[in-house]
Design a protein around this ligand. Sequence first.
Ligand SMILES: *Cc1c(COP(=O)(O)O)cnc(C)c1O
Length: 377
Amino acid sequence: MNPKIIIDLNKFTDNLDYIGKKMKAKSLTLTHITKVYAADPKIVKAADENKYVDYLGDARIENIKNYPQVSKPKILIRIPMHSEIEDVIRYTDISFNSEISTIRFLNNEAKRQKKIHKVVLMVDLGDLREGYFDVKELHKAVAEIVTMTNIQLFGLAVNLTCFGGVIPDKGILQKLVDYKNSIEPSYGLSLSMISGGNSSSLYLLDKDGIPEGINNLRLGEAIVIGKETAFGQFYDEMHHDVFTLSAELVEIKEKPSVPFGNIGMDAFGQKPVFVDKGQMLRGIVAIGRQDIDHLGLVPIDKRIEIVGASSDHLILDLTKCKKDYKVGDSVRFYMNYSALLRAFTSKYVNRAYIQQQYNTRNFFYKKGDRPIVLCHH
Ligand SMILES: *Cc1c(COP(=O)(O)O)cnc(C)c1O
């Protein structure tokens, strides 16, 4: 039933293979992040079965809790809340942390559950989201962690281009390696994971810009949309339509392009502005802002333009499509990161899985023809 996300599992696997090979060639391990698609169990299973995936990660403990049976280590990549400590120990192998008070709770709970929990410390290298900013505080935390009975310090990680829009480069990532090099001898440790960021670090792979010592990247968006996120470049070699949206036309009518009467506010408290394009063939598909970020939708049929959306209706300009569409037809859309996030969390959007054999690839986005979107997390 519409609306639905059409999920092509072969294309997903193809994208994982493409990036995975690139990573292995540079001796990097791959943490695949499942939050983009709300850890849909069938997709998680495909990722778990992919030989290039070393770890599975998500920001939400609920998502990890609902993982199907997987063989790869599970990482909670958002700093844990004190109120979720018990689940973190129970359902994950590794968690990303930046507060010693939280790590103490993790240690106590791990003791209670008779487990050894692995911790990766987040370091803030200027993006000003999460992580240790002060080196002294970082060292103090390490000094305490090494005395804990049920916590193993597993590594260091940085997150960039998420809040501050800082683009990773070799110099920034070298700082993370420097931290590793100062911590390891001081505490007689060997850190297993030095994670150099998310899909915005991917462009460095092609430029030999990842310094020696970084051995992991955490990738979500790059895998499912087929692009790096530092500059918003799409990979020609990847599929950009792993996920597409199908929504159904419930009305098609010829109407003017500008409303009449006194214009007040729309349903979202904003005063709308309209361009007069004369008479228009307008279509309404049954999906709205409650289900989707309409600003992140791109109709696959290039003749269609999106006019706007309210809570439950998406209005399309079908003028250029002549009589090709009728009520009851489905209209297909590409989705950006923000549209994907909302579509996968809306209970009103269904999911259909296909495993198509394909000979030709659909490259909707030509390299570089979309705006740079730096912050999407
Ligand atoms: C979301 C997230 C990622 C993955 O980011 P993408 O841009 O989707 O690759 C990696 N690390 C952290 C900490 C995140 O929150």
